[in-house]
Design a protein. Structure first.
Length: 507
């Protein structure tokens, strides 16, 4: 029988495999939409517009946490009795969403003053409109996740991205400038919330049930604090760059590079995580199986993420020259550096899901407290010391790689040896072999548009071929397992038959 992400119960295993398939498929479509948006906005907007949005996000991202400081995860962890908690969670989340919107409106003038950029105030005010609608997504998303209804979750994520991208490009073409980033968000979240409620159909009673709020606050407080630290890390580079006096154009180039690198691969990672976390909660009585599922998820993520990242590095220059205007070419180095950071970071994400599924919120919080302090020191030293966004990108990359090792080690502690580096080693070896082959081809071609197109087509094809052949040679069972999760069982069986034939000839 084909191995799966979760060994054991066939029903759970099949639903998990289906979840990985649907969410990975959605991530692929979302990636295409994101690439289309980035290419369009690169030509329609100035780097200063990207910089203004990056600064505005440093305010809205923190206050958006009030909409869901961890309530959704608490609901998912209480799968068996979730229906009893949807009413207090709904009213509490809605109140927090309103508070978050008011907080953003109040913080907008202070942010504009702190950064010395008056335009930030208006952007934050528009972002505030999405706080209540985002809060409306908490309960239906939790119900869908607890029921392992991954097809609906994938559709919701795709609809939200499709509406956002369509309206963003349309408003940018209409000359809205930086507002084209933020104006579509409240509309997209409202449409998605309406669709989510239609799917989940939660029953909400007209009573606040305040006595249950206390439990939700206690249960989500440590997770909420962890999310604040995670948001500080996600937005910290923009804060440091703004306070260090970098120009809006420089901040915009960093924001553009980050949007094109880390966020794309994080979408892929989050697809598997959204499938892993609710399933891990159903295995709460069997920690060894939880750890086994986490390791397998990390390996499968590595098989997909590592070649994606390395291909972006070796083919990034050609991609930038074809798709983006001259003023965005300076973001190439930061883009390549930040892409490398995801190789270790993304496969460690299932480890965070394991810690939450085991309710180890305090351990996760303590770990993030330590590593957030390290992040602030590294990024601040790079910004004020080197005074270059590429050095800031390098500091961020080093931090992501080191922190991923620590998170994975904490999650699997006491359940065997080997951390995240062991899980990514086979894909990394295959990826480096493919990178060398593609790099030789790229260096052999001439300059110009046709040469860049050949680099992307022939270089990308050569990379994929060398990577697949090398991985099938050094880790055939890992490749077959990954193909199973993507519902490519015919290819998976072919890989297994090839392995058996090789072993038979060798014996």
């Amino acid at each position: 029988m084909a191995s799966s992400l979760l060994p054991g119960e066939p029903s759970l295993r099949e639903r998990m495999t289906g979840g990985v398939f649907w969410l990975s498929f959605q991530s692929g479509l979302t990636r295409l939409l994101g690439a289309l948006q980035a290419a369009a906005l690169a030509w329609l907007l100035d780097s200063s517009d990207w910089g203004s949005v990056g600064l505005a996000l440093t305010v809205s991202a923190f206050l958006q946490l009030l909409c869901d400081p961890g309530i959704e995860s608490v609901l998912v962890s209480r799968t068996h009795g979730i229906r009893h908690w949807v009413t207090p969670a709904y009213w509490m989340g809605l109140c927090l969403g309103v508070v978050g919107a008011v907080g953003m409106l109040a913080a907008a003038p202070a942010a504009a003053w702190a950064y010395g950029e008056p335009g930030v105030m208006g952007l934050v005010c528009v972002m505030a409109l999405s706080a209540p609608t985002n809060a409306l997504l908490v309960v239906p998303n939790a119900l869908l996740r607890s029921q392992l209804r991954f097809r609906e979750l994938a559709l919701l994520a795709f609809v939200m991205r499709l509406v956002t991208v369509s309206l963003t490009i349309a408003t940018a073409a209409a000359g809205w400038g930086a507002y084209s980033f933020v104006a579509p968000v409240p509309i997209a979240s409202g449409v998605t919330a309406a669709l989510a409620w239609r799917f989940a159909r939660p029953t909400i009673h007209p009573t606040f049930q305040f006595r249950r709020w206390r439990y939700l606050v206690r249960a989500s407080s440590q997770l909420g604090a962890t999310r604040i630290l995670q948001t500080l890390v996600a937005q910290g580079a923009y804060v440091v760059l703004g306070l260090a006096g970098f120009s809006l154009s420089a901040i915009g180039l960093y924001y553009f590079a980050y949007s094109m690198s880390a966020q794309a691969t994080q979408l892929m990672s989050s697809s598997v995580i959204h499938a892993v976390f609710p399933a891990l909660t159903k295995l709460s009585s069997d920690p060894p199986r939880q750890v086994g599922a986490t390791r397998r998820a990390a390996r499968i993520l590595a098989v997909v993420i590592v070649p994606f990242c390395l291909a972006q590095v070796v083919l990034g220059a050609s991609l930038f020259r074809i798709c983006f205007p001259p003023d965005k070419q300076d973001a190439l180095a930061s883009f390549q550096i930040l892409t490398l950071a995801v190789i270790l970071n993304a496969p460690a994400w299932p480890a965070s899901s394991l810690l939450m599924a085991q309710s180890r919120f305090r351990e996760l919080l303590v770990l993030w407290l330590r590593w957030t302090a390290v992040y602030v020191v590294l990024v601040s030293a790079a910004a004020w010391g080197a005074g270059n966004v590429n050095w800031v990108a390098a500091a961020v990359a080093v931090w992501h790689a080191a922190s991923a090792v620590a998170i994975f080690r904490l999650a699997v502690r006491g359940h065997g040896t080997g951390g995240v580096i062991r899980e990514v080693t086979p894909p990394l070896i295959a990826g480096v072999a493919a990178l060398i082959a593609a790099a030789i081809l790229v260096r052999a071609t001439a300059q110009g548009l046709m040469a860049d197109l050949l680099d992307l087509t022939l270089g990308g094809s050569l990379f994929a071929m060398v990577y697949t052949v090398t991985l099938a040679w050094i880790a055939p069972h890992l490749l077959a397992d990954t193909l199973d999760q993507l519902r490519l069982r015919g290819l998976a069986n072919r890989v297994r038959r090839g392995t058996h034939s090789s072993n038979h000839r060798a014996s």
